[in-house]
Design a protein around this ligand. Structure first.
Ligand SMILES: [Ca+2]
Length: 187
């Protein structure tokens, strides 16, 4: 094949990859480096993110991180109850009828026996689930950063993205899960 033909093939492949990848929608503080408290850089709440439940904290001293110095750490071994914990962010600048993919990197520590991680899409400010993807902990390889994602389509303008962890049904519970580098893409 002539070199110009190879170039055409390469351009088409790159264009296809770009179309598949989608267009980034900026998240606030996707790597969790920014504290929610201006006077406390080590605050356990990340700027731009809401949260609920037990022991899901921004951590400034855990390792490994995937990027930067901070992550979200889920302290499964310290969870006293069986209800879920999670974080979420609302985005105004996503149009109605938009195909989106939300992803984050998760690192499951060895011997973590939580039930599952759910990534969910809801309307902005919450409401009926638009899409949900559940990852059973036992199906995730331990001790490595891996990308997990959920895809869906908005109905109204705006979007809420959520990361939800369900602990083991009954204690004692072991292990921890780290999260870093969230991303939102739209088509
Ligand atoms: Ca980070």
């Amino acid at each position: 094949m002539k070199s110009s033909a190879w170039l055409v093939v390469l351009i088409l492949a790159v264009a296809q990859a770009a179309a598949f990848a989608g267009e980034p929608v900026p998240l606030v503080n996707p790597s969790f480096e920014e504290s929610a408290k201006a006077d406390d850089p080590k605050a356990d709440l990340a700027a731009g993110w809401g949260r609920w439940g037990h022991w899901i904290n921004r951590e400034t001293g855990w390792s490994p991180t995937r990027s930067g110095d901070c992550i979200i750490g889920y302290h499964h071994w310290e969870i006293p109850e069986k209800d879920s914990s999670g974080i979420y962010q609302d985005l105004a600048d996503v149009p109605a009828g938009c195909d989106v993919t939300f992803s984050v990197y998760a690192y499951v520590d060895e011997k973590t026996d939580a039930e599952h991680i759910e990534l969910r899409l809801e309307p902005k400010d919450g409401g009926k689930t638009l899409a949900s993807q559940r990852y059973e902990l036992r199906t995730l390889a331990p001790a490595m950063w891996q990308n997990i994602e959920v895809s869906g389509t908005t109905v109204e303008p705006g979007l809420r993205v959520l990361i939800i962890i369900t602990p083991r049904e009954a204690g004692p519970r072991t292990g921890a899960i780290k999260f870093d580098d969230a991303e939102l893409l739209k088509k």
